[in-house]
Design a binder for this molecule. Structure first.
Ligand SMILES: *[C@@H]1O[C@H](CO)[C@@H](O)[C@H](O)[C@H]1NC(C)=O
Ligand SMILES: *[C@@H]1O[C@H](CO)[C@@H](O)[C@H](O)[C@H]1NC(C)=O
Ligand SMILES: *[C@@H]1O[C@H](CO)[C@@H](O)[C@H](O)[C@H]1NC(C)=O
Length: 325
């Protein structure tokens, strides 16, 4: 009895110490952006530090589009297929790419569904990683690497390069283009089945976000100054993890993009601002599942098109369920 009491006391004290320690320990910042200090002077400079952008000097997209590629497979879009999937990945995400190749993106599954798939990467200054990417490309032949630094703020540039490459190389061989991030599981069979039912010339579909307002807090990476985007709301747009379009839409978006001032928030720009300018309205599909994987265990997922928020191992296990449920 006494012993139990002492034991409980000890546990209590330990717990209290733990609580006190978390109270006094600052949680680490999530981003590695520089912390603003008191002596940073003018506001424009403060803004640049927060977003890494000088909004006064951003030019039209066409000024950024002459980026050469470092890696482009010779067979890119040489083969006819109904759908081209571009998986936006970063050099470091080796595991994610490996798990896609072993699950929905396997050559067997692609062939069966008449789909081609490539990973789209930016450049990394890390020479080991760069060598690794070159090796991976030699082994699998499914990597496209463009020559700009792969980072969050260059995400728009990556999507513009996707549109450029698709328009340059795939117009005659492919009918539809699907952009996904590398934590997305794609149900190729369902998508291709849907696409086979009709010809959807004006297709632009994904998870639609309504009447989102620009972030006006200079400390945020999503910050957009009033004079750079004066509107109170963004045009409705599709969440970045996955969107599907016809090649006709890809062409229009790219043509419109060249004359538009570049906007650093990728999904807002590509599927909102550019789509509006091109008079294409993005459509919502409840079959694009976002927001992590909480749905997965409770539902048979085979009716859906895509799911985001997959770790590399979930990608493989869920793909296995998909093929069985
Ligand atoms: C890539 O860009 C760097 C400068 O950022 C340049 O030095 C290099 O030559 C470029 N490589 C290719 C293949 O264009
Ligand atoms: C794959 O899709 C392309 C483009 O729609 C088509 O021309 C080709 O016949 C299809 N191949 C098969 C095997 O169905
Ligand atoms: C985006 O890419 C360009 C071209 O390589 C580079 O100059 C710029 O630093 C990159 N942006 C960031 C934030 O790294």
């Amino acid at each position: 009895m006494k012993l139990t009491y002492r034991f409980l006391c000890a546990v209590n004290i330990l717990y209290l110490t733990y609580l006190i320690s978390i109270f006094f320990t600052k949680t680490p910042k999530e981003t590695s952006l520089p912390v603003l200090t008191e002596n940073v002077r003018p506001t424009t400079q403060v803004r640049e530090i927060a977003t890494g952008l000088d909004f006064t000097s951003i030019k039209k997209s066409k000024y950024y589009m002459n980026v050469p590629h470092r890696i482009l497979p010779k067979h890119f879009c040489r083969q006819r297929s109904i759908l081209l999937v571009m998986v936006h990945s970063q050099p470091a995400n080796k595991l994610a790419r490996a798990s896609i190749r072993r699950s929905w993106g396997s050559s067997e599954n692609r062939q069966k569904n008449n789909v081609s798939m490539f990973f789209l990467l930016g450049y990394t200054p890390n020479s080991h990683l760069q060598e690794y990417v070159a090796g991976e490309s030699a082994q699998f032949g499914d990597i496209i690497q463009v020559n700009f630094t792969d980072c969050f703020r260059n995400a728009t540039l990556k999507s513009l390069m996707m549109l450029k490459l698709a328009n340059l190389h795939c117009k005659d061989s492919v009918q539809y283009l699907l952009k996904v991030e590398d934590d997305v599981l794609v149900n190729l069979r369902n998508i291709v089945e849907m696409l086979g039912r009709d010809h959807y010339a004006q297709l632009l579909i994904g998870r639609l976000l309504f009447r989102k307002t620009p972030v006006r807090d200079p400390g945020s990476v999503w910050y957009v100054p009033d004079n750079f985007y004066p509107g109170k709301v963004y045009p409705n747009y599709l969440e970045s993890f996955a969107y599907l379009m016809s090649m006709e839409v890809a062409r229009k978006l790219y043509e419109v993009a060249l004359e538009q001032v570049m906007f650093h928030i990728e999904d807002v720009f590509i599927t909102g601002i550019l789509a509006k300018e091109a008079k294409i309205s993005p459509q919502h599909s409840a079959l694009f599942l976002g927001g992590g994987n909480k749905h997965l265990m409770s539902k048979c997922i085979k009716h859906y098109f895509v799911f985001t928020g997959m770790s590399a191992s979930q990608m493989i296990s869920q793909d296995f369920f998909l093929s069985r449920c």
